[in-house]
Structures are given as structure tokens and as C-alpha cells.
Design a protein around this ligand. Structure first.
Ligand code: NAD
Length: 247
């Protein structure tokens, strides 16, 4: 299937590794031009080089509000505009209600909620003016079933999902769709670092294997395509069947 993404211009954040990099790769494979964003310039440049001439790279830190407007302006200058925003970053640190100080919440909310609000503020108005745009945020399956010891992530991503749903309704008539994709366990370097023995994790999933980031990237690319115009305001689990609820 041709996803008709040739010529579209995408900003993908958290894109030097894992799920973000896989999204950038899938968009480029479909003909889009992509600006990849992450903090560390060296790893970012390696990722850019692996993706070829349709990829640009910009170092920025989503935990720093001032960096976000600069990043969007520079990405627009590099590509001539932004048609697609894939909003992603690393998750906040682990912890329970008891172990997590109130003072830890603002930083987590900045990284996993407010940074996406700011990126939408900076990109969606031009998408509406052009009558076409796509926003896809990578959240977590924790939005459906909060995960123990991840209270900051559980809190921020539920809030982000509420924001995205509200935005989706407001901009739907202008050709802009807004969705989130909720990863379950995917075989990224980060997951291997955190859990070590991923075979044990995989055996606990209904599909008995971890998600492949490249499959995840292609699902996001589909949501960014013109064909997906009737999917908006959705929060889509990509979790190998691990969430057991009906919704
Ligand atoms: P990862 O650590 O492999 O990639 C995160 C990317 O974000 C990297 O490119 C990193 O440089 C970038 N990044 C981190 N902090 C940043 C910041 N402040 N500013 C700019 N860039 C920043 O992680 P991943 O496994 O690909 O996960 C991506 C997201 O999906 C995370 O929020 C994670 O919590 C969530 N998630 C992942 C899984 C999984 O199984 N991999 C499951 C549930 C949720």
C-alpha cells in the first residue's frame, strides 16, 4: 500500500533511538522528509546518517521549554514547514507514591505532557491553515492500566491523553488528526537496559514476544498518512494483547 507520504514534512522527537527512530525510518521509507530531534548530538548524528538524505537532525532538550520553540522554528526552516508531528521522548524516572517527592512532578509533567502541548501550540496552527496535518504522540499502555512504580509516567501520560482528545475535536474540521499510540513492551535498547532479561518479559505477554520497534514505526506512519484521515481522537494500544480491559 502506498501511504502517500511522499513530500510530507515530519518532525519526530526522541528520534535518536528506539521507537522514535523507528517512526522516523518508516516515514522516510514512505517518502517523507524527517527532522529528527534528541538531546545528544553524537547519537543523533549517527541516527541521521543511517537514514540518508531525507533526514535532518536537530539537538534539543524537551525538558527545557525555551528549546521547544527554537526547535520548531529551526525544523520549519530546514524543511519549509511541518505537516506531521510525532511527539516522543524518554520517560520520567520510576517511583511510587511514597518514594516520589511532590517536587519531582513538574519536571515529569514538562517532559511527558507539557512538551507535547508546546509542540502542538507551535505546529498545529500552520497545519490548520494548510488544511492538513497529523499529530501522533507516543504515550504508554500505562494510560489504560497504570504500572506500579511508574507514578510520574502514569500521571503525565493520562493528562496528555486528555489534552490530545480535546485538541483532536477542536481541529478535526481543519483536516488535522490527533492520536496517541500506546506502546506495551517493545524491544528497544532502553527496555534491555532497564530489564536485562527480556526473554522472561516476553514470555508473560499473550503473543509471547516483545514488539518490534520497526512494526511500531510503520503503524505510526500509517496514522500519519492521508488514508488515516478518519482516525482521530484515538488512543491506540500496540501491546501484543497485554492490556486486558475492553476499552
Ligand atoms: P529510548 O530511550 O530508546 O528513546 C528515547 C528517545 O528520546 C532517545 O532518542 C532519547 O535521546 C530521546 N530523549 C530522551 N529525553 C529527551 C529529552 N529531554 N529531549 C529530547 N529527547 C529526549 O526509549 P523508547 O523505548 O524508544 O521509548 C520511547 C517512549 O515510549 C518513552 O517515553 C517510553 O517511556 C515509552 N514507552 C516505551 C516502551 C517500550 O517498551 N520501549 C513501553 C511503554 C512506553
Amino acid at each position: 500500500m502506498d501511504l502517500q507520504l511522499k513530500g510530507k514534512r515530519a518532525l519526530v522527537t526522541g528520534a535518536s533511538s528506539g521507537l522514535g527512530l523507528a517512526c522516523a525510518k518508516a516515514l522516510i521509507a514512505e517518502g517523507a522528509t524527517v527532522t529528527l530531534v534528541a538531546r545528544g548530538a553524537a547519537r543523533l548524528e549517527k541516527a541521521r546518517a543511517s537514514l540518508g538524505p531525507q533526514a535532518h537532525a536537530l539537538a534539543a532538550d524537551l525538558s527545557t521549554p525555551a528549546d521547544i520553540d527554537r526547535m520548531v522554528r529551526e525544523a520549519e526552516a530546514l524543511m519549509g514547514g511541518i505537516d506531521i508531528l510525532v511527539a516522543n521522548a524518554g520517560g520520567p524516572p520510576p517511583g511510587s507514591f511514597e518514594s516520589t517527592a511532590v517536587e519531582a512532578y513538574p519536571a515529569a509533567l514538562q517532559l511527558s505532557l507539557i512538551s507535547t502541548v508546546a509542540m502542538c501550540k507551535a505546529t498545529v496552527p500552520a497545519m490548520r491553515e494548510r488544511g492538513w496535518g497529523r499529530v501522533v504522540a507516543i504515550t504508554s499502555i500505562a494510560v489504560r492500566e497504570p504500572i506500579a512504580q511508574l507514578i510520574l509516567s502514569n500521571t503525565a501520560r493520562a493528562g496528555l491523553t486528555g489534552f490530545l482528545k480535546t485538541l483532536a475535536t477542536e481541529v478535526a474540521a481543519d483536516g488535522v488528526t490527533v492520536n496517541s499510540v500506546q506502546p506495551g513492551l517493545h524491544a528497544t535498547d532502553r527496555l534491555r537496559e532497564v530489564f536485562g532479561d527480556t526473554d522472561k518479559l516476553a514470555s508473560g505477554l499473550p503473543v509471547r514476544k516483545l514488539g518490534d520497534p520497526e512494526d511500531f514505526g510503520r503503524i505510526v506512519a500509517f496514522l500519519c498518512s492521508p488514508t488515516a484521515c478518519f482516525i482521530t481522537g484515538s488512543a491506540i494500544p500496540v501491546d501484543g494483547g497485554s492490556s486486558r480491559g475492553l476499552q
